[in-house]
Design a protein around this ligand. Structure first.
Ligand SMILES: [Zn+2]
Length: 306
């Protein structure tokens, strides 16, 4: 069975939050690992609302320093501390994010009970910022008013799938099955070999999720996140406000659809909606002019990757 890999939306709104449109944040969950992506105001409340333990989060990715993406961070860290956290926390984002965290503790004359590692991002080129055995995370530049990056989460190729009927046919001992899933042949007691291809089938292909935070229309994304299975792209505005999108370095829903089409994505999630709109379906309609498999981000909903 494939490892779990999905995105849970915590906030889908933009600068001014409103009911069911909280500031931007989401959790990427990969095989039990919890990675928080942006941390707008109310993030920790949303985590609790949707049953995610604050202490399970070991990585926080911050796309840029606008308030609707970071205002929840001091509160979240404050709560982790009060709850007696001991596990290290790693924050991956613009260098100035550490000032926000340190200011909070120095103003309150407080002490953080756990170690926080900071990994600085740059917004000039694609870069690997986290490498674990089964998951890699890259940043890539976006086009916004201040330095901003997206994040691409790429799961490693999984092990080959064992064929139970063939294991039974050749009476393969249980202690050898792990090695066979890793690609080894099976050597029988009489010395004859059974090829790995006979005992296993191809693994599920690597899966990837690209988070495109605040950005103007940016066709360069094709080079950074081409072939991502799932893309989240901001869609702050509808076409009637395209000029406003351009002026504020944001995107329309149709432009988000165009990016998903350019990148050959399987699915697109739209988010970061301006509080001036009430009709989610209008975003889907406009994006569908360029890309068919599109949904709006619904808070509390999970979206599978791949
Ligand atoms: Zn912004």
């Amino acid at each position: 069975m494939s490892k779990s890999f999905f995105v849970l939306i915590l906030g889908s709104g933009s600068a001014i939050p409103k009911k069911a449109k909280n500031h931007t944040s989401q959790v990427v969950i990969h095989d039990g690992k919890h990675l928080l992506v942006d941390c707008g105001e109310g993030c920790q409340i949303q985590l609790r609302k949707f049953g995610i333990s604050l202490q399970k989060i070991d990585y926080i990715f911050i796309s840029h320093l606008h308030g609707d993406h970071i205002l929840g961070l001091p509160g979240l860290i404050f709560s982790m501390n009060l709850l007696g956290r001991e596990r290290e926390l790693t924050i991956i984002g613009p260098a100035d994010i550490r000032k926000l965290v340190e200011l909070h503790f120095s103003m309150a004359k407080g002490h953080c009970s756990f170690k926080i590692n900071f990994v600085d991002t740059q917004s000039k080129e694609k870069e690997l910022v986290l490498e674990e055995q089964d998951l890699k995370v890259f940043t890539y530049p976006l086009r916004h008013k201040i330095p901003t990056t997206g994040f691409m989460f790429v799961s490693a190729s999984e092990k080959r799938k064992l064929k139970p009927e063939m294991l039974k046919k050749y009476d393969v001992p249980k202690n050898l099955r792990k090695g066979i899933a890793e690609g080894r042949d099976y050597i029988q007691l009489d010395g004859s070999s059974v090829s790995n291809a006979e005992l296993t089938s191809d693994p599920a292909p690597p899966r990837s999720y690209a988070y495109c935070s605040d950005t103007a229309f940016n066709p360069d994304l094709q080079g950074y996140i081409g072939n991502a299975d799932l893309i989240y792209h901001e869609a702050s505005f509808l076409n009637r406000d395209a000029e406003k999108a351009r002026d504020t370095r944001h995107s329309t829903a149709e432009q988000a659809g165009e990016i998903a089409a350019l990148c050959g994505a399987k699915k697109l999630i739209l988010g970061h909606f301006s509080s001036k709109y009430d009709d989610d379906d209008a975003f889907v309609r406009e994006a569908r002019a360029k890309f068919k498999n599109v949904e709006v981000a619904i808070e509390g909903q999970q979206y599978d990757v791949g």
